[in-house]
Ligand binder design. Structure first.
Ligand SMILES: [Zn+2]
Ligand SMILES: [Zn+2]
Length: 310
């Protein structure tokens, strides 16, 4: 049984990512212009960052084309691992970004506190915070609905961009209110870097878990088991296995039915089990049911059962 991904999720993912890409382009243009006119190196550098952010939007847009493609003879399980790769790339970008932020904050503290950012920097920062936070909310909502880790990772990139503008606001406002406390923006930058690293690690660990075929959680397995057992004709189930693949699950299990049933009836029951798990299970993308007579558990396919997680 195979279920193709709903097209509307793909369309929504594409729309929100294009919006992010265009926003980053506009932000880059605004920051380059304002930075050069106002002679602010920091704002020009920030514009370069917005330009670099295009890379992660592009990775999602290009990746989406491939990972949403249906299974073919060369890739009979579909192409969803491509999404995992894109997710890992975005997670790595976030780590690099956080490291850059932390290094700048520390090296500037060790030297002398730099020039206080001016009004142009403040305006650019406030613009970034507002726009990127809005973009985060939209993207993460679409990502959760579509069950797309890459989209959620890209959403966190938007939010990280928003966070990393906070130190600039801190710098300007403290310079105006308490000129002696100008170091707070460095502390702020370090805190922000730490938060970004934390999110990036979670994104990376989840994606790596997908790559090494981590099982679904206990709750999800219980739910699948309950669905299978609830189907009339199913006497018991065992050897339930699952592996995660970019926000979804591949599941296989053995069901036992009355051995006196016809092959046709047994096949019908396993079809009902598959459809029920696909429909009511926790984001199950594919199910394979192995059918056996209830008296044969430890004989006919004992070897296979021992190797599986029952
Ligand atoms: Zn960024
Ligand atoms: Zn079995």
């Amino acid at each position: 049984m195979r279920k193709t991904e709903p097209d509307r999720h793909i369309a929504a993912s594409r729309r929100v990512t294009w919006a992010g890409l265009v926003t980053n382009l506009v932000l880059a243009a605004v920051k380059f212009t304002a930075g050069s006119l106002g002679h602010s190196q920091a704002v020009v550098a920030d514009g370069a960052h917005s330009l670099a952010d295009l890379v992660s939007d592009l990775a999602v847009l290009v990746g989406l084309r491939f990972w949403s493609a249906p299974a073919d003879s060369g890739h009979p399980y579909g192409h969803r691992r491509i999404e995992t790769l894109v997710t890992i790339a975005i997670g790595a970008m976030l780590i690099v970004m956080a490291a850059g932020l932390a290094i700048r904050a520390i090296s500037a503290v060790v030297l002398v506190h730099g020039e206080t950012p001016g009004w142009i920097a403040l305006t650019a920062a406030l613009l970034s915070i507002g726009v990127k936070e809005a973009l985060y909310r939209w993207t993460v909502q679409v990502g959760r609905r579509a069950g797309s880790p890459a989209l959620i990772a890209n959403a966190w990139h938007h939010r990280s961009d928003s966070f990393s503008s906070v130190p600039v606001v801190l710098a300007v406002s403290t310079a105006m209110l308490h000129p002696r406390m100008v170091f707070v923006d460095h502390v702020g930058a370090l805190v922000v870097a730490g938060m970004i690293v934390k999110v990036a690690c979670r994104i990376l660990l989840d994606a790596i878990g997908d790559l090494i075929d981590r099982s679904a959680g206990r709750e999800d397995l219980k739910r699948i088991e309950k669905i299978a057992r609830s189907i009339p004709g199913v006497r018991s189930i065992h050897a339930l296995r699952s592996r995660r693949i970019s926000g979804g699950l591949f599941v296989d299990l053995h069901i036992q039915v009355d051995g006196a049933l016809s092959v046709r009836e047994g096949h019908r029951i396993s079809g009902v089990v598959e459809r029920a798990i696909l429909k009511h299970g926790p984001r199950v993308l594919d199910v394979v049911v192995h059918l056996e007579p209830s008296e044969a558990q430890r004989t006919a396919d004992g070897t296979r059962d021992r190797g599986a997680a029952t």
